[in-house]
Design a protein around this ligand. Structure first.
Ligand code: HEM
Length: 175
């Protein structure tokens, strides 16, 4: 069976995204607008959206990938989609979200706030889930996934629940 061989540039997408984010950050820090905090908060939310889009879509791909026969063209296509989504979007978006989130908390002196502690606990859970997804992508890539479609359907709901909790905590700040 004919299979596409991809160029070995696993970190290129992530490196480009991180370089663009770093350039934007450097420009803002040099420019020093009075609204720097709000600009960085906007960038934080943009990174959050990219991270969440990937975290919601990737487990959906796992659900469909379970149905594809090992070695089929469909299965190989899912492998490419999963790898690209992870490396080009999810990984760099998580790094930018963390860096800017911690900077915002430090700049606004929020590290003693209860809502931030709770938010950080949920974000750590989201990051752990991200780590699990990395392992699932590797298992599918090596054709040794043994988890069921039902498992992925259930895990698919977890990022949504965590995201709802995180957004309520940061917007409502209930404690
Ligand atoms: C990675 C660790 C994170 C840290 C340390 C962090 C911290 C922060 C801080 C300090 C703010 C500014 C709050 C304010 O100005 O009132 C903020 C804003 C925000 N964060 Fe995060 N955050 C993180 C991850 C996330 C994630 C994963 C999400 C969503 C799933 C998220 C969603 C938001 C939203 C929507 C805002 C804007 C809130 C508003 O302006 O009302 N953050 N974050």
């Amino acid at each position: 069976m004919e299979q596409r061989v991809e160029p070995a540039r696993p970190w290129l997408g992530a490196a480009i995204a991180l370089a663009i984010a770093a350039a934007l950050l450097a420009a803002l820090v040099l420019w020093q607008p009075t609204t720097l905090y709000l600009w960085l908060k906007a960038l934080h939310v943009i990174a959050v959206i990219a991270w969440m889009a990937g975290m919601l879509y990737l487990p959906r791909l796992f659900v469909y990938h379970c149905e594809a026969e090992i070695g089929s063209k469909q299965s190989e296509t899912f492998k490419i989609m999963e790898r690209r989504l992870l490396r080009a979007i999810i990984n760099p978006a998580m790094v930018v979200t963390w860096v800017l989130g911690l900077w915002l908390a430090w700049d606004a002196g929020l590290f003693r706030s209860g809502w931030l502690h709770a938010k950080l606990a949920l974000v750590l859970a989201m990051s752990a889930l991200h780590g699990m997804f990395v392992r699932y992508v590797r298992d599918f890539a090596e054709d040794r996934n043994r988890r069921s479609q039902r498992f992925y359907r259930i895990i698919n709901e977890v990022p949504t629940l965590l995201m709802i909790g995180i957004v309520i905590l940061v917007v409502v700040k209930p404690f």
